[in-house]
Design a protein around this ligand. Structure first.
Ligand code: PEP
Ligand code: MN
Length: 260
């Protein structure tokens, strides 16, 4: 919390410094599906000047009958593309036993919304030697979110980024309700970088750019968005991933605001 540390935590990923005042855009597919799919996205991101790519290898799906991810093979595909295109990688880990292995492949470990209160996973992440991107739980209060980050920090890893990804409310117009107010509250109450995931919060492509601008205007240190070469055929989140031209338009629109 701010009480224990007044200065902002800045997390370095190569040349990129998260939380330093220059906002970051993290983009990439929901799931790693194939080498070709990841390379296609990586090439587009590189061309756009993006430095950090996301991609899920272990997918915590709501239904056990849906695609569960490629696992370690997916991490290898990410690492290969990252090395080829000079990108940094964020990928979700769901099992405490995989934290150590993940550090060989990824630059940032994501802990997903469904695991925000998986305390054994949080404690294992606290022993990792890479930064952690912690997502807000589907129905977690801001206080619970901060306590989850404390679990990680209490084990020695204070390189934590918080990411608001929408919460469950009665509203059905969006997939979740983007809690913009969480951004300035988390900035006030913690010293950690705060990001906003405009894909899982809105679930609506046409409002992702305005929501990204709102996040940055509210003080977010970065935004995350999902991009897929062919969203209609995607093995997860087919309805809400941007294709590559849509991603370029999204990026241009957000940049034009002068906030990114
Ligand atoms: C994701 O970012 O891949 C994801 C599964 O999101 P969330 O945990 O926020 O649902
Ligand atoms: Mn997704």
């Amino acid at each position: 919390s701010r009480k224990s540390k007044q200065t902002d935590t800045v997390i370095a990923l190569g040349e990129t410094e998260i939380g330093s005042g220059k906002p970051l855009l993290i983009a990439g597919p929901c799931s790693v599906e194939s080498r070709e799919q990841v390379r296609e996205v990586a090439a587009a991101l590189k061309q756009a000047g993006i430095t950090v790519m996301r991609g899920g290898a272990f997918k915590p799906r709501t239904s056990p009958y849906e695609f569960q991810g490629l696992g370690v093979e997916g991490l290898k595909i990410l690492k290969e593309a990252a090395d080829e295109f000079g990108l940094r990688i964020v990928s979700e880990i769901v099992d405490p036993a995989h934290i150590e292995l993940a550090c060989d492949y990824v630059d940032v470990i994501q802990i997903g919304a469904r695991n925000m209160q998986n305390f054994e996973l949080l404690k294992a992440a606290g022993q990792a030697n890479v930064p952690i991107l912690l997502k807000r739980g589907l129905a977690a209060t801001i206080e619970e979110f901060i306590y989850a980050a404390e679990y990680i920090a209490s084990k020695g890893n204070s390189r934590i980024m918080l990411i608001e990804r929408g919460i469950r409310t009665y509203e059905k117009a969006t997939r979740n309700t983007l809690d913009i107010s969480a951004v300035p509250i988390l900035k006030q109450e913690t010293h950690l970088p705060v990001l906003v995931d405009v894909t899982h919060s809105t679930g609506r492509k046409e409002i992702m750019a305005p929501c990204a601008k709102a996040a940055l205007a509210a003080g977010a240190d970065g935004v995350m968005v999902e991009v897929h070469p062919n969203p209609a055929e995607a093995l997860s989140d087919a309805a809400q991933q941007l294709n590559i031209p849509q991603f370029h338009r999204f990026f241009e629109e957000v940049k034009q605001s002068g906030l990114l």
